[in-house]
Design a protein around this ligand. Structure first.
Ligand SMILES: [Zn+2]
Length: 218
């Protein structure tokens, strides 16, 4: 009789296949280490504008009146529509990434910190936190390994030679390394640094964050 005993904790999804790093940005929604950029949908901005307009209009209505109630309902419906559209975009993007990757590495965004900073409004609008949650879940469903790495300074070093190249202004769209001459889109470079960090962590047998994933984010 053969008894096998395993006291190793088996992660839910094993690292395998093509590794991809992603960087969440402001100008494009995200960039991948393979050079793909996914645009941030402009229609959210338009919808937010429409929402603000309705909310302004509400102020001029008598509270509790029929017209006030009607407008209130309209605002609630628009809120729901925006939230559903965003979720849909996040799910589609997550599935798209899983189509070509066996492992996905992302930054561990300090969302609360960002929200307090000057980038707050944009960050909240892009809803990165929700996207990462959805991505984690879709990866788990699709048998793609997902892990997060330290976000600090991902756009301040060269993915090719690892030289620290320093802070980039948001207007600086190109990464050009003064040491090795490597040149690419700044967000793609950041995604490549994320990938490098994830691969290093895996190689050193120290998975950045294994994936216990409970429940659907819906
Ligand atoms: Zn370099």
């Amino acid at each position: 009789m053969l008894v096998l005993q395993m006291d190793v904790k088996v992660p839910e999804r094993m690292p395998h296949g093509e590794p991809v790093g992603i960087d969440l940005g402001l100008l494009s929604f995200l960039a991948t280490s393979t050079g793909e950029t996914i645009a941030r949908p402009r229609f959210f901005v338009d919808l937010q504008g429409k929402l603000k307009l309705l909310q302004r209009r509400l102020k001029h209505k008598k509270k509790g009146s029929k017209n006030w109630q009607k407008l209130q309902m309209k605002i609630a419906k628009l809120h729901e529509y925006i939230s559903n559209t965003r979720k849909d975009f996040h799910f589609k993007t997550a599935h798209h990434l899983c189509d070509s990757a066996g492992m996905i590495f992302a930054e561990d965004l300090n969302l609360k910190g960002l929200a307090r900073g000057m980038l707050g409004k944009h960050c909240l609008d892009a809803a990165w936190g929700q996207f990462l949650k959805i991505l984690k879940w879709v990866c788990w469903k699709r048998d793609v390994y997902f892990a997060q790495v330290d976000h600090r300074g991902t756009n301040q070093s060269c993915p090719q030679c690892l030289t620290v190249t320093g802070f980039k202004e948001l207007s600086e769209r190109i990464h050009l390394c003064p040491v090795c001459g490597y040149q690419t889109d700044r967000d793609v470079a950041a995604a490549q640094v994320v990938l490098a960090r994830g691969e290093t962590a895996l190689r050193e047998g120290f998975p950045p964050e294994p994936l216990p994933c409970g429940g659907s984010p819906r």
